[in-house]
Design a protein around this ligand. Structure first.
Ligand SMILES: Nc1ncnc2c1ncn2[C@@H]1O[C@H](COP(=O)(O)OP(=O)(O)O)[C@@H](O)[C@H]1O
Ligand SMILES: [Mg+2]
Length: 270
C-alpha cells in the first residue's frame, strides 16, 4: 500500500432523519477513507444515502453520530459558522443543476467564493482568469449562464468550485442534467483535474462513468456494500461490460453482495 496522506476519515457514521414521527436511518455505520489525489465515485440506487453522505462530507449537514475528520481534525463538533469557514476553505461543490447565479457573468460567478474569503481584487481577477483557462472557458468570461450550453455551465461551476484551491472537490450527479456529449466532456474534465492532483468524490448513478474513478463505493440502504479499487480491477480486465451488467442487475446484485456485508465494511478504506 502506498503511503498517501489521508484527507477524509469517516468512522461509524450514522445519520437519522426524523419526519412526522418516522425515523429514516439514511446512513448506517459508514467507514470511509479518502486519500490525497483519490478519485472516488459513490454509486447505488435512489434513496441509498448518496446525497446525504456527500452533504455531510461537504459540511452542509451534520451526522447523528460517528466521527468525521478532515486532515486529522474532527469536524463533527464545530458550530455552524466554524463549519461554514472550513467548508469555504476546504470544499468545492458541484451540483446537478449547476447553481450559477443567472444575472452574473461567468467571471463574476467564479469570483464569488473569493469575495466571501475577503481576497483582494487584483488577486481574485488573476485567479479567475487562470481557472477559466483550466476549464477551457476563457472565451466565455463575459457571458451570462443562459447564453451557455449545459456542459459549458457545468464547466463554469467546476471553475467556481476550484478557484479557491479546495482540499476536496465534491460532485453530486454532475452529469444528471446533461446530454451524453456534454456529460462526457465534463467527465473528461474531472479526469484531467484528478490527473493534475485534485482529489474528487463524486456521486453518480451513471455506471458508464464509475470506471473513470480510482475507487467505487456502493451504497445500498445507507450501508457500504462494496468498495472496489478500479485501478487494480482495470489491470486485470476491461470492466466496462461488468459495470453495465451490474447496473442492470443493480437491486439483485447489491442484495446478493449484502450477504457479505460484514466482511466488506470491515475492509473499507484499507
Ligand atoms: N431532509 C430529509 N428529511 C427526511 N428524510 C430524508 C431527508 N433527506 C434524505 N432523506 C431520506 O434519506 C434516505 C437517503 O436519501 P438520499 O441521501 O437523498 O439518497 P440518494 O441520494 O442515494 O438518492 C432516503 O430514504 C430519503 O428519503
Ligand atoms: Mg441523491
Amino acid at each position: 500500500m502506498t503511503n498517501k496522506k489521508t484527507l477524509i476519515n469517516i468512522s461509524k457514521l450514522n445519520k437519522i432523519y426524523h419526519t412526522d414521527g418516522t425515523a429514516t436511518n439514511a446512513l448506517k455505520d459508514i467507514d470511509i477513507t479518502i486519500t490525497q489525489g483519490d478519485y472516488v465515485t459513490i454509486q447505488g440506487p435512489s434513496g441509498g444515502g448518496k446525497s446525504t453522505l456527500l452533504s455531510i462530507i461537504g459540511l452542509l449537514d451534520k451526522p447523528t453520530s460517528g466521527d468525521y475528520q478532515i486532515s486529522g481534525v474532527s469536524v463533527t463538533k464545530l458550530s455552524e459558522s466554524q463549519m461554514a469557514k472550513v467548508r469555504n476553505r476546504e470544499i468545492g461543490f458541484i451540483f446537478q443543476d449547476f447553481n450559477l447565479i443567472g444575472d452574473m457573468t461567468v467571471s463574476q460567478n467564479v469570483e464569488l467564493p473569493l469575495i466571501y474569503r475577503g481576497i483582494a481584487k487584483a488577486t481574485r481577477q488573476a485567479k479567475v482568469i487562470e481557472v477559466l483557462k483550466r476549464v477551457n472557458m476563457s472565451e466565455r468570461a463575459k457571458h451570462l449562464p443562459n447564453q451557455l450550453s449545459g456542459g459549458q455551465q457545468q464547466r463554469v461551476a467546476v471553475a467556481r468550485a476550484l478557484v479557491g484551491n479546495p482540499t476536496l472537490l465534491l460532485a453530486d450527479e454532475p452529469t444528471g442534467n446533461l446530454d451524453s456529449v456534454n456529460g462526457d466532456s465534463v467527465m473528461q474534465l474531472l479526469s484531467e483535474l484528478n490527473e493534475q492532483g485534485v482529489t474528487i468524490c463524486m456521486v453518480t448513478h451513471d455506471s458508464r462513468y464509475a470506471h473513470l474513478s480510482k475507487r467505487t463505493i456502493n451504497l445500498f440502504d445507507g450501508q457500504v456494500v462494496d468498495n472496489t479499487d478500479n485501478e487494480q480491477k482495470n489491470g486485470t480486465s476491461n470492466n466496462k461490460v461488468d459495470d453495465r451488467e451490474v447496473a442492470e442487475l443493480m437491486p439483485n446484485a447489491i442484495t446478493s453482495s449484502a450477504s457479505s456485508l460484514v466482511k466488506n465494511t470491515s475492509t473499507v478504506g484499507a
